[in-house]
Every structure is written in structure tokens, then in C-alpha cells.
Design a protein around this ligand. Structure first.
Ligand code: GCO
Ligand code: MG
Length: 412
């Protein structure tokens, strides 16, 4: 079974997505996600200009060989663009292999290790009453694990907080803080770490007081802290028993996590911007983290995330795959298939895609009892509507830039 063609489809049903469609000579079609939020066209070009010509005529079953060929063969290894492109190819080939086998993909990855994949949703509010409404809404929808983000007194807009109360309790703009924004230049936000560190513990105290001890709570610091600030935050949140504290420091420096770890028992998650097992080398071996955040879409695909998770399993580190709306329904479907099969699955991030997006990619999973189950159809279970996708052309969009109040550029 040879690869006959490969098409890169960029569509923007509410936000931009990069999808690779591989077709074999006997007409089997597989899909892969290569979306890189705010830098989508660089992956599209990497695929179209450099990868697609290498795929034509290759054995569609040779997934590992193709992965190594693209990874080692480029000479220039790793990096978000390269690894998103490889992820798209790898995922599409797994989709094809499972379709040919007539099995849902998780069966080829070892079969189900659980009934469903526990997920967490995003609750947010500019203040406590708005946040409570959003948490309540999530509980009513069936979520058992919820990420908590709020405004900080004195700051106009903060990462992770929906812009209006209506958005925070759920319509298609619920995650309006998330997609890169369609504007000529990036939006600018401002930041004050001391104000944030003073405020966050009181938020978790209020949420525990209102909603009790049972619900799993998470929080994302979005790479904004120094190691000692992060250690302080972890320590101050210990009474509220977080499921995890995410991305406390900029991710490039693995050493930073050692300082955080020495000072707090709050579980740590990191890695949504990592793209290979090497980024986790010390973090996992020295048990400096508890959860791996890499999604299939940004870390080289199913083959490569499975390698990371097998390494992590030796050190009791679990998965917590990144699942914002910038991972397309194809990337999410792949995550749920792999998550169902992995022994060391931890939790899956789940932000419901907009209705426009769901119309283009079709239904891919079932949400019930706080968790996701993948489709039982052969492959990933994607029904991509190309005609509809063509109605939503790409629109340039940027993630925001963050500045301290004196104007210094800070991590967003
Ligand atoms: C998360 C992430 C996202 C990122 C987004 C950037 O935990 O879901 O931090 O919110 O901001 O993926 O494109
Ligand atoms: Mg995050």
C-alpha cells in the first residue's frame, strides 16, 4: 500500500487549523493535525514544500521508518514547526493503518486500559462571582476536574480568563482568550507577578470553600514565574490540594524545576511547548515533574508521544496532554485513542471546539461521566468535510504579547 498523494488543508472555522490528508493507492485516507497556533502557515509550508514530495510512493504502513526518515533525514532536528509537521504525517499514517485493520486506533496501540479518559475543563472569571458561575456550569455539564483561572486586581486582562461572564459560562466565545487573535499585530497584555502571587491563594480558598474537597482543581501559571516565585506559589497552594500546577517557569530551563520541587508537594505539570523526549530528559529521570503536557500535535505524533510516555512510566510520571482548541479535533481524537491505551494516562485537557469547527471535522468522541471515549469507527474516527473547510479561508492571527507594567516584555 503506497502513498499516492498528500494534501495540506488550511481552514479557519472560527480559528486556523492545518490538516494533512494522506491518500493511498488503494484509496484509504488518513488525517493528521499540524496546527501551530499563530504560526500555522510555517507548518503548512514545511509540509507542502519539503515533506509531501518525500511521501509520494512510500509504503503507507512503514510508520516508524517514515518517522525516522523525516526526523533524522532533515538533519535539522526538533523544533515546533518540524515536529508539528512530523506529527501530522505520523498521525495520518496511524489513521490509515487502523482503517486498513478495521479497528479503532486505540486497539492497535494496545487496547483500552480504562473505560474513558478523565478530562479537565477550563473555568474562568474576572472576579469570584463570575468564576463560581463558570465552575458551577462545568460541574453541571459533568466535569470532575476543572482548571481555575481568574482576573488579578489591578490588571486589565489576564491569560486564561474569558472576556465576559456570558462567555465564561459557555457559548462559542467561552475561550475567547485562547485562539490567536485575528489582528494585524499581536494584542498586548500587562502583568504584575506580585499582584498575581498575592491573589491566587485566596481564589483557591474561595473555590474549595464553595465547591468542597472532591472536585479536582488545576491551575496554569503560563511560564511567568522565576523558580523561587514558583516555589512560593506551590507552597501557598498546598492547603487546596491541586491536581496540578502547570508551567510555572519558562520551559526551556529544566533545572528551574528542581528548585520548585524542593519547596513544594503541589504536583507539577509542564511541556505544552516541548516537542521531543529530549526536552524531558532530566525532568523525568530526576522526577521533577508529575505530568507530561506534550500533545500529539506538537511533539512528533503518536509514535513519539508514546515514546515519551513509556520513558515517563519508568518514573511514575503520567500524561496530561495539552488539549486547547488550538489542537484540532484530529489532534484531540489521536490524544483520546492514545490516552485510552496508555497505562500511565493521567488526565486530558478538554476545551470543547466551536460548533463551526465541529461541523468541519465531524464528531470524534463521546463525553460522559467526566471523561472522553474515542469513536469506535476504524481509524481515528474523523469525518472531514472538505467543501465546508474550503469556505473558511486562513486569516492571519497572533497570540498576545505580555509586558510588565514598566513596558518590559514578559512571558505570555
Ligand atoms: C493550555 C495552554 C494554552 C496555550 C495555547 C497557546 O494550558 O491550554 O496554556 O492555553 O495558551 O495553547 O496557543
Ligand atoms: Mg498551559
Amino acid at each position: 500500500m503506497l502513498i499516492e498523494r498528500a494534501d495540506v488543508i488550511v481552514t479557519s472555522p472560527g480559528r486556523n487549523f492545518v490538516t494533512l490528508k494522506i491518500t493511498t493507492d488503494d484509496g484509504v485516507v488518513g488525517y493528521g493535525d499540524g496546527t501551530l497556533n499563530g504560526r500555522e502557515l510555517s507548518v503548512a509550508s514545511y509540509l507542502t514544500d519539503h515533506v509531501v514530495p518525500l511521501l509520494i510512493g512510500r509504503d503507507a504502513h512503514a510508520i516508524e521508518d517514515t518517522w525516522q526518515y523525516l526526523y533524522r533525514g532533515a538533519y535539522w532536528r526538533r523544533g515546533p514547526v518540524t515536529m508539528a509537521a512530523i506529527a501530522a504525517v505520523d498521525t495520518a499514517l496511524w489513521d490509515i493503518k487502523a482503517k486498513v485493520a478495521g479497528l479503532p486506533l486505540y486497539q492497535l496501540l494496545g487496547g483500552a486500559s480504562r473505560d474513558r479518559c478523565l478530562v479537565y475543563g477550563h473555568a474562568s472569571g474576572k472576579d469570584i462571582p463570575e468564576l463560581f458561575d463558570s465552575v458551577r456550569q462545568h460541574i453541571e455539564e459533568g466535569f470532575r476536574a476543572i482548571r481555575i483561572q481568574t482576573g488579578v486586581p489591578g490588571l486589565d486582562s489576564v491569560y486564561g480568563v474569558a472576556s465576559s461572564a456570558a462567555a465564561a459560562i459557555g457559548d462559542d466565545t467561552r475561550y475567547d482568550y485562547e485562539p490567536a487573535r485575528r489582528s494585524a499585530l499581536p494584542a498586548e497584555e500587562s502583568w504584575d507577578t506580585r499582584a498575581y502571587l498575592r491573589h491566587v491563594p485566596s481564589v483557591f480558598e474561595a473555590v474549595r470553600g464553595e465547591f468542597g474537597e472532591d472536585i479536582a482543581l488545576l491551575h496554569d501559571a503560563h511560564h511567568r514565574l522565576t523558580p523561587i516565585q514558583a516555589a512560593k506559589l506551590g507552597k501557598s497552594l498546598e492547603p487546596y490540594d491541586l491536581f496540578w500546577l502547570e508551567d510555572v517557569t519558562p520551559a526551556e530551563n529544566q533545572e528551574a524545576l528542581r528548585w520548585v520541587r524542593h519547596h513544594t508537594t503541589t504536583p507539577l505539570a509542564i511541556g505544552e511547548v516541548f516537542n521531543s523526549v529530549w526536552d524531558y530528559q532530566h525532568l523525568i529521570r530526576e522526577q521533577l515533574i508529575d505530568y507530561v503536557r506534550s500533545p500529539i500535535t506538537h511533539a512528533g505524533g503518536i509514535s513519539s508521544v508514546r515514546r515519551i510516555m513509556d520513558y515517563a512510566a519508568m518514573y511514575q510520571v503520567k500524561s496530561g496532554m495539552h488539549g486547547p482548541t488550538d489542537v484540532s479535533p484530529v489532534g484531540l481524537a489521536a490524544a483520546v485513542h492514545l490516552g485510552l491505551a496508555l497505562h500511565n494516562f493521567g488526565i486530558q485537557e478538554y476545551m470543547v471546539h466551536s460548533e463551526q469547527t465541529r461541523e468541519v471535522f465531524g464528531p470524534t468522541h463521546e463525553f460522559a461521566h467526566g471523561g472522553l471515549r474515542p469513536s469506535e469507527k476504524p481509524g481515528l474516527g474523523i469525518h472531514f468535510d472538505e467543501d465546508l473547510a474550503a469556505k473558511y479561508p486562513y486569516e492571519r492571527a497572533y497570540l498576545p504579547v505580555n509586558r510588565l507594567q514598566d513596558g518590559t516584555v514578559h512571558d505570555w
